[in-house]
Structures are given as structure tokens and as C-alpha cells.
Design a binder for this molecule. Sequence first.
Ligand code: XIL
Length: 382
Amino acid sequence: MQRRNFTTVSGHVSSSYAPQLESPVGAISKKSKLLAFSSMLSLLAALLVSINTGGQELETGGTLRSAAQAQRFLVGAAAELKPLETDPAYAQTLAREYNVLTAENAMKFEALRPTRSRFAFADADKILDFTTAHGMKLRGHTLVWHHQLPRWLVDGNFSSDEVSAILREHIETVIGHYRGRVYAWDVVNEAIDDQGGLRQTFWSNMLGSDYIAQAFTLARAADPQATLLYNDYGGEALGVKSEAIYGLLKSLKERGVPIDGIGLQSHFLLEQPPRMSEVAANIRRLAALGLEIQITELDVRMLMPPNETKLQDQAQIYRAYLDACLVVANCNTFVTWGFTDKYSWIPQFFPGNGAALPFDQAYRQKPAYHALLQALNNSHRR
Ligand code: XIL
């Protein structure tokens, strides 16, 4: 039953196939005309088979990056500096397959701010240099979050006014440092709890619920060109959490708070995937608020070990999710949380789970990779 949902937003035969049906340029003999005609027929037959099966086995080759570029779409991955510097296959694959990166940890509060007065941009800057060298975009992650905060901050016994000043200097300094070079920021991360209430955190306890609006206002002033997003997990399909997130964003928009979009983290479970029909409906209603939608941290974890059936089912989820984004003009970015199972955060945070990404530990392309490439090649966005 669930699987039917994955395929409701099906792919189409790509118009990029059309050029292959054109006759070769220049004068050609009768024999070669015949040959051309018969190969045209077999191509047509292949196309018809594809149409009957929803076009899903079509894959015109290329890379995720080239396929996305042709759709004016961003496809990306979260990246870490260490493997970027030590594992050549890591850097090569990133540069070949993606046109946008997110720093998986290097731009978090704890990483950027070892002490109150010192900002440490060196590692994040190296990730920025890599994206610049390879003509990729860089997303900023994340300014206001309750995890990965430094001890000097949470144990500092600061007053509310002091915390407010620290947050202001953080947003101004970090966004200021990357102005014009980081095109989008996850300004506030995970502010809604799993019951749909305002999450009780260091920030909400110190500053009250208005810290969210304040953060966006400060971010806009620091870089008026950057796309500013609210980012969260578990609000992809319909339900109490996505309802609360929708309500929050709607009220921020109504109050004139400068927010441009929503990041759907999308940490999915193979055994319990979201209903894609609900995801599609949620994406549509968020787009109707005038928000940009970015898929920011997708992975689809499974109970280990993987097998062929699980990997195929996983590929269906990847495909259906990308399809659901591609059909909405406002959904313009699709980022996975890492790209190779070799460095995924999943085994450490969800013991017994893994194999969540489109490349395996040896950088081999998994069925999920081919599903993404097919979805991009079959899309009619452009
Ligand atoms: C995770 C990283 O992947 C880990 O390496 C780190 O130890 C903890 O954070 N939601 C987010 C991300 O917004 O920043 C988290 O990243 C995963 C969940």
C-alpha cells in the first residue's frame, strides 16, 4: 500500500530524448537512410516501452549535476572538510555530481565560535573555496539552533540582554563574513517540537518566542540578497508538526518578518516513509504562502544490512520525493545529508541503521542514485 504512494508522482519521458530521433546532418545514402529509419523504429519502440512503464527506466546518462543544471535546479550534498582534504574520491565525486553544498558541521555555532570574542572561519572558508573553485553554490547551516552550542555560551550564566547581544553579533558577523558568497541560510533550525509546540531550548528560554522573528530580521539586515529559511525535520508530510510549522511561517509572513523559504530536512526511514501524496500537498501549501522550498538534509536510513529489495525500495522513495519537488516551481533545491554511506551520520546517531545515501561506502552508485538521475532527466521543469 505504502509503495503505491511513492509512485503517484511519476516521471515522464524526457524531452531530452528528442534530439536522438533527428536525422543525422548532411547527405546520406539510401542504405544509411534505411538504417537510420530502422534505428529510429527501435528507438521509438524503446520509448513506447518506457511510456508504458511510466518512463522510469529512462536514464540518459550524465551526472546529477549536469541533469540538474539543464533544469535550472540545484542538487547538492552536505560536506565535511576532513574527507574533502584527505579522500580524493570524496572531492571528485562532489565536484562531478553536485552544484550546491551545505557545510555539515563547519558553520555551526560551536564550530565558528570557540570563545565569545573569537570567530573561527578557517574550516568553513575552505569549504567555501572548494565550492568557488568548482562553480558550486554554498548554503549556510545554521545560525540559531539548540544543538552544537559552545559550553561558554550555555554555561555562561548570561542575562537575557547579554544572550540577545551575543545572538545579534553572531548573525551579523557570520552572515557579514559570507555576504555575497553564501546564497541561502538556514537561519533558525528546529524551533518546533515534535508535539507542535515551541521547542523549549536555550534560545526560547532566554529570549522568548520572538527570537525567531528577531533572527530573521537581523539576518536580512546583514545580507539583503541572501535567501533566508526556516529549517526543520518531521514536517514533510501532513500532521501535527507540519501544521505547526505551516502556522508559524504563515504568521511570520503576515507580520512582515523577512523569511523567504522553508528547508525540509527529510531524514526518512525506509520502514516508515512519509506518504508522498501528503508531502506533495504540504509542499504546495507552503509554496502558496509565497515561500521557496528547499529539501535540505535528505537521507533514507534502513535497518542494516541492506539487500537488493531494500535498496530498490529506497530508490523509489528518493525518486518520488525528487519528483514531488520538481513539479513545484518554488521547490528548487534538493540536498542530501552527505552523499556516500562512508561518512553518513546515521550509523552513529541511529545504531543498527545505515545505507541511507545514494552512494555506497566504496562510492558506487546505488539504485537511489540512478533514481535521482532518472527523475532529473525525465523532468519538464525547464
Ligand atoms: C548532524 C551532523 O550530521 C553530525 O555530524 C553532527 O555530529 C550532528 O549534527 N539536523 C540538522 C543537522 O540540522 O545539522 C544535523 O547534522 C542532523 C540533524
